[in-house]
Design a protein around this ligand. Structure first.
Ligand code: PLP
Length: 429
């Protein structure tokens, strides 16, 4: 470990995990360069955030411009980037979702979403899904079940929060196989209403349309549509947490578009401002209108510089065709990974939408966290940064910036394959 990092680490809490020991000098696009001039491909996008690539020149220029004229409003003044962002967001959000509350981080947007749901419905119950990650502040942590470490020693959580299994087909809670699945996870919900809380006391259901931290899992077609039907029939608000899956990550502005489902409330963050702190609670005017002035607020939320970065980010995604690039590159990555899966026994499952792709490692049918650790370390040594996710930390999350080119994908996957060989984790079939 670099000596300066070691010194700083003395003062940084161990609770904060920093995934590599790389001390960055500069970054551009998919590449990060350390202080010694070593270059890395960043297939993490800084936790699925730098969707336009590191330091996109148009985003940097917008930040510079705004920083030199007006930095902070604290909800005292209006400023041009806020007005422009309202229009830009309105152009890309699902139909009818036209009203916004801007805040700073994903967890804050989730807090806003559940407060809005309770306030609007006058109901207390919240239903989340086991395996989901929604953030670390107390309300969001009450919904989060992707790993027990986010919950241990923090009880009691928010009352009236319940959980139902996320449809994680590769490791089904109900031991079904995709070929014979009868969607027990949906039947369970009906049982749930009979045994635990009546639907008329539930304010909202909150779910990630593609599971992020919980394992990069795409739910089966039809699951979210059925949830939408249940919510509409029972007057429960459907909250789709698009903090990670939104802003083009899956090849559409929002992952919900793949499933033809329109939520009632949608928290968005991460990729929205290419790395500056910004998040937003999105909903319909009719719902937001019932949230009276002062019922929610913020000092820093929607700050001028982040809003300017977000307007530039949306422009770049549109002008550079990044949604399409995410779809094309995503399909290319999936195809290459599936052919690796045929060769290497350690790859149990490959799945994803756009550039939100999970590679699940197994050994003798069980999650293989040890193997993944060795493969990731070997990749890092060779200049490829990837990280893992999932409750057993046995899934590689592949989330390169949406600007990634085919040659960068080829280089990255080449390194991945060398790492499988070098470590012996791959073990040919
Ligand atoms: N929701 C989802 C789906 C996330 O993936 C995350 C972060 O990874 C959050 C909420 C929390 O976001 P933040 O870390 O910005 O608070």
């Amino acid at each position: 470990m670099n000596e300066r990092i070691a010194r700083a680490r003395e003062h940084l809490t161990d609770a904060l995990i920093i995934h590599t020991d790389i001390l960055v000098h500069k970054a551009e696009g998919v590449t990060v360069e350390d202080v010694n001039g070593k270059r890395y491909l960043d297939f993490t996008s800084g936790l699925a955030t730098t969707n336009t690539g590191h330091n996109h020149p148009a985003v940097v220029a917008a930040i510079r411009d705004q920083a030199s004229s007006f930095l902070h409003s604290g909800c005292i003044f209006y400023y041009e980037p806020l007005l422009a962002l309202c229009e830009a967001m309105n152009d890309i959000t699902p139909p009818g979702l036209d009203t916004f509350f801007f805040s700073n981080s994903g967890t804050e947007a989730v807090e806003g979403a559940i407060k809005l749901a309770r306030h609007y419905t006058g109901r207390q119950g919240i239903l989340a899904f086991t395996g989901g990650f929604h953030g670390r502040t107390y309300g969001a942590a009450s919904l989060t079940t992707s790993n027990i470490k986010y919950r241990a020693r923090y009880h009691p959580f928010l009352p009236s929060v319940y959980h139902s299994p996320y449809p994680y087909c590769f490791r089904c809670f109900f031991n079904q196989r995709p070929q014979t699945c009868s969607m027990d996870c949906l039947t369970y919900l009906e049982r749930f209403f009979q045994h635990l809380i009546p639907p008329e006391e539930i304010a909202c259901m909150i779910i990630e349309p593609v599971l992020g931290e919980g394992g990069y899992v795409v739910p089966p077609a039809g699951f979210l549509r059925k949830l939408r039907e249940i919510c509409t029939a029972r007057k429960i608000l459907l909250v789709l947490d698009e903090v990670q899956s939104g802003m083009g990550r899956t090849g559409r502005w929002f992952a919900s578009e793949h499933f033809d489902v329109v939520p009632d409330i949608m928290p968005v963050a991460k990729g929205i401002a290419s790395g500056l702190p910004l998040s937003v609670v999105v909903s319909r005017k009719e719902i937001m209108k019932k949230w009276p002035p002062g019922a929610h607020g913020t000092t820093f939320g929607g700050n001028p510089v982040s809003c300017a970065a977000a307007v530039a980010t949306i422009g770049v995604i549109r002008e550079e065709g990044l949604l399409e690039n995410a779809r094309t590159m995503g399909e290319y990555v999936l195809a290459r990974l599936r052919s690796l899966q045929e060769r290497y026994i350690c790859i149990g499952d490959v799945r994803g939408l756009g550039l939100m792709i999970g590679i699940e490692f197994v050994k003798e049918g069980r999650p293989d966290a040890e193997g993944i650790k060795r493969v990731l370390a070997s990749c890092l040594k060779r200049g490829l940064v990837m990280i893992e996710c999932g409750v057993d930390r046995n899934i590689i999350r592949l989330a390169p910036p949406l600007v990634v080119k085919k040659e960068e994908i080829d280089r990255g996957l080449g390194i991945f394959e060398e790492a499988l060989e070098e470590t012996g984790v791959g073990a040919c079939r």
